[in-house]
Design a protein around this ligand. Structure first.
Ligand code: SAH
Length: 410
């Protein structure tokens, strides 16, 4: 017996080593699968982005024809979107932008609407792999604004001419439905002439209904990518495109003005994915569409991925404007982050909304979704007037109104 015990005692550490070896092999295999996936998607990306190139210059006429078709029919087939994206050039973009600007002018004249953005919490229960405030980023220094601080930001914003307040945050369970409802009610009671927009992620239909009944007017929830496999490359397994779409459907049915959108140049994104995003948006028919370049954050696995480009983002703003002539399309902070004139270029390509920051300055740097985010040191008033100068410098005007969605006429 004791000989057996000795033998077992010898085997025990060995089996532990085997178990560790097995785990190491499993990890290696998983890493290899991930690597293969990445290579596969990079190959697709390469094929997509080169698909149209050989014919691009000879076929400028065809690409112009696609833009004209888009203007008339408000949508293209998937392959046509892919050729449009892959064959774009400076001249083609100019043609697109002129049409896009005219479309925006038909509905909104030379007005650009301002939304006061209040980033009220950077706590989040999700772990979106691209996002700087994801729950597992231990380096993020977390904050929450009190109800009074939020109301104070609205007061400052109202004085500065904001008639829409956008409450954005991570998915923070601290703000129960009851708290959100209370905040919405307080803002609507103090500023009945203002719109309240929520951007607080995925909730149940009942919660969305309750916020709406409390007075919330609009909801922003980007679908991020309309391709389920791509979605799974950007998010952990417990999140799904299906639920994101369920949320957007519920929000629309409840009666919100709904905003969706995606990041441009997100890791592994191909022209095919973007075409799917555009087709999904066509199906959803949102009132607002927000797109901005992906920008890496140093505390995420995508630290070494390149940013999306301002050039492609602006091109897609033009495409979206032709698809949705009367939509509210922001020229985003991320666009301003990767190009100092990004937001002006966005408006020039058909965007008609900007969202200066109203959050108290002491928390600005903490709402760091991506690296180098701009406007993190300025007071609300500075942001507001800096934006006005920028908009006026390109011949547009800031509108001091709610800036609601105008339905399309024909
Ligand atoms: N929790 C809310 C708000 C998210 S933050 C929600 O889920 O809707 C708002 C948007 O910032 C996101 O929808 C995403 O598209 C964008 N974003 C996050 N990380 C980013 C990054 N690294 N680069 C560019 N945009 C990013």
């Amino acid at each position: 017996n004791s000989a057996l015990n000795d033998e077992l005692a010898k085997l025990d550490p060995q089996s532990a080593t085997y178990a560790a070896d097995c785990q190491a092999l499993k990890d290696e295999a998983a890493a290899t699968v991930a690597d293969l996936k990445r290579v596969e998607s990079e190959t697709h990306a390469w094929i997509d982005s080169n698909a149209g190139k050989a014919t691009a210059t000879v076929n400028d006429v065809e690409v112009i024809a696609l833009i004209d078709k888009l203007e008339k029919e408000r949508c293209l087939l998937k392959d046509e979107f892919v050729s449009l994206i892959s064959s774009r050039s400076g001249d083609i973009s100019e043609h697109l932008f002129e049409k896009a600007r005219n479309a925006a002018k038909r509905y909104y004249g030379n007005h650009v609407y301002i939304r006061g953005l209040i980033e009220f919490t950077n706590y989040c229960k999700n772990d979106c792999w691209y996002c700087g405030i994801r729950k597992n980023n231990a380096e993020a220094s977390r904050y929450r604004l009190t109800e009074d601080q939020i109301l104070q930001s609205c007061e400052t914003g109202y004085g500065l001419g904001f008639r829409t307040f956008v409450l954005q945050g991570g998915e923070d369970p601290f703000y129960t439905d009851e708290k959100i409802i209370n905040i919405v009610k307080r803002i609507k009671a103090s500023y009945p002439d203002c719109a309240v927009t929520l951007s607080i992620g995925e909730k149940s239909r009942e919660s969305y209904q309750a916020y709406f009944d409390a007075g919330a007017d609009r909801y922003l929830l980007r679908h991020e990518t309309a391709d389920p496999e791509h979605y799974a490359m950007l998010h952990p397994g417990e999140m799904s495109l299906e639920n994101r779409k369920r949320c957007l459907k519920d929000l629309k049915e409840i009666g919100y003005q709904v905003g969706s959108g995606f990041m441009v140049g997100s890791p592994f994104q191909t022209a095919g994915h973007i075409a799917e995003d555009l087709l999904y948006l066509h199906e959803l028919q949102p009132h607002m569409i927000g797109i901005g370049p992906f920008v890496p954050h140093h505390c995420t696995r995508f630290i070494d991925f390149p940013s999306g480009t301002a050039e492609l983002t602006v091109f897609l703003i033009g495409v979206l404007r032709l698809m949705f002539p009367s939509a509210l399309i922001p020229s985003t902070t991320a666009l301003g982050t990767i190009d100092p004139k990004g937001r002006e270029l966005g408006v020039f390509a058909g965007a008609n909304v900007v969202m200066p920051n109203l959050s108290p300055v002491d928390v600005r740097k903490k709402y760091m979704l991506y690296d180098n985010k701009i406007c993190t040191g300025d007071e609300a008033a500075e942001c507001r007037f800096c934006m006005q100068k920028r908009i006026e410098s390109i011949g547009y005007e800031i509108a001091v109104t709610r800036g609601d969605f105008v339905p399309m006429n024909g």
